[in-house]
Design a protein around this ligand. Structure first.
Ligand SMILES: NC(=O)C1=CN([C@@H]2O[C@H](COP(=O)(O)OP(=O)(O)OC[C@H]3O[C@@H](n4cnc5c(N)ncnc54)[C@H](OP(=O)(O)O)[C@@H]3O)[C@@H](O)[C@H]2O)[C@H](O)CC1
Ligand SMILES: [K+]
Length: 222
């Protein structure tokens, strides 16, 4: 889509895909993860740290971790926040990784970010999948500390859908924000990205298998 899009529109499109077209949420998530993978130079990267939240943006990151590890890339996976808070799709991705015996470290307190800092320092890339279009309110010290650490310790940074810390509708920074080299955003360029390249880096829009006609139907414009 060439238009700039609001989170409310993305939610309508999501609902339309799931409830009217019958596309399972997990399929949309897999498409999202595959579209991020497509934009990562897997030939030249050996280690990636993936930092996930507990919503569906985090679920995208967990799905991507599985795809990256299948490519032979060393993945260091972190979840920020409490497991009990996970959205159903994020939890499902978490359970799949657990069934695969993949190591996942959970950080619930800003004092516990030591391993994460070491992982990001050793990796060539950090994937930011903490918050997408679902970010609300100012960040607490756990999240603001982690976002600062991502900016300080990472090599290249790729944000999934939205650089974490930014309101995707307005571009407002809630406390602080990841400064990505690249943001792979889904379905449409988010309205809040205008003049925010310092945080988004290069923006790539991927359709995740949702056509322009589906978008128009979902939004009631045809
Ligand atoms: N059609 C699509 O584009 C698809 C997008 N996908 C991905 O899904 C996310 C949106 O997922 P959602 O679960 O709605 O939202 P987020 O993951 O961005 O965030 C929700 C969680 O974050 C918590 N939250 C929000 N603000 C804060 C804050 N300031 N501090 C701490 N925690 C916060 C929120 O908790 P609440 O307490 O507020 O309920 C949630 O736990 C989209 O961006 C894409 O990446 C799909 O995967 C595919 C389809
Ligand atoms: K993100």
């Amino acid at each position: 889509m060439k238009i700039e899009i609001l989170s409310a529109d993305i939610r309508k499109i999501d609902r339309y895909c799931v409830e009217v077209l019958g596309i399972p949420e997990m399929i949309l998530m897999e498409s999202a993860a595959l579209s991020v993978l497509k934009n990562i130079d897997t030939e030249n990267i050996t280690a990636i740290t993936i930092v996930c939240g507990t919503g569906n943006n985090g679920g995208d990151g967990l799905a991507l971790s599985r795809l990256l590890s299948a490519e032979g890339i060393e993945t260091e996976i972190y979840i920020i926040g409490r497991i009990e808070k996970m959205s159903p799709a994020c939890r499902k991705q978490y359970e799949i990784l657990k069934n695969m015996d993949m190591e996942i470290r959970v950080i619930e307190s800003p004092e516990d970010i030591g391993d994460l800092e070491i992982s990001m320092g050793k990796s060539q890339m950090t994937v930011d999948s903490i918050f997408g279009i679902g970010l609300k309110r100012e960040l607490n010290s756990l999240y603001s500390t982690v976002l600062d650490a991502i900016n300080d310790k990472s090599g290249e940074i790729v944000s999934i859908d939205v650089p974490s810390g930014m309101n995707s509708d307005t571009g407002r920074i809630l406390t602080n924000c990841v400064k990505a080299n690249m943001t792979v955003s889904f379905i449409g360029r988010k309205k809040g990205f205008a003049n925010m390249e310092e945080y988004t880096g290069k923006v790539i829009v991927e359709n995740i298998g949702v056509s322009d006609i589906t978008v128009k139907k979902a939004l009631g414009s045809i």
